[in-house]
Ligand binder design. Sequence first.
Ligand code: RB5
Length: 155
Amino acid sequence: MKLFIASDHAGFQLKSELIKKMHEYSDKGNNSEIELVDLGTNSDESCDYPIFAKKLVENLLNASEKDRGILICGTGIGMSIATNRHSQIRAALCFNEEMAIMSRKHNNANVLVLGARIIDFDVALQCIRAFLKTDFEGGRHARRLALIDECAKQC
Ligand code: RB5
């Protein structure tokens, strides 16, 4: 699985810490099936979150179905709004592990969004672990996801 990750300046520090932790984890022989791809930003210099949301979306749309993304900004709100403009993207802003689990089980989320100014490092890690290991339940939830596109077309 490819795991794309991007942030703006407000999410840069959390992104860097998470990447470091994930590399340490994979250096110990874990998560060997995950290829982490950092799409920036690369410093805490002020930048515009839609640019990084776009980068991640472009990569995800050219990747395989099973690949996923993580986006981080200050609150997670801007990244969520920008990313969910695309019909094949299901971006879920999560504040705790339970939300991350449900975002997969019920919403088949393919992008996890985190607010660096809202949650701390340990909770962010819990969200990522849950997001990566939880499967979509399908069934009535698949029908509801298909309905989102139908309803959007009718507006
Ligand atoms: C940047 O200050 C901040 O507005 C951005 O990171 C994000 O929270 C937007 O929704």
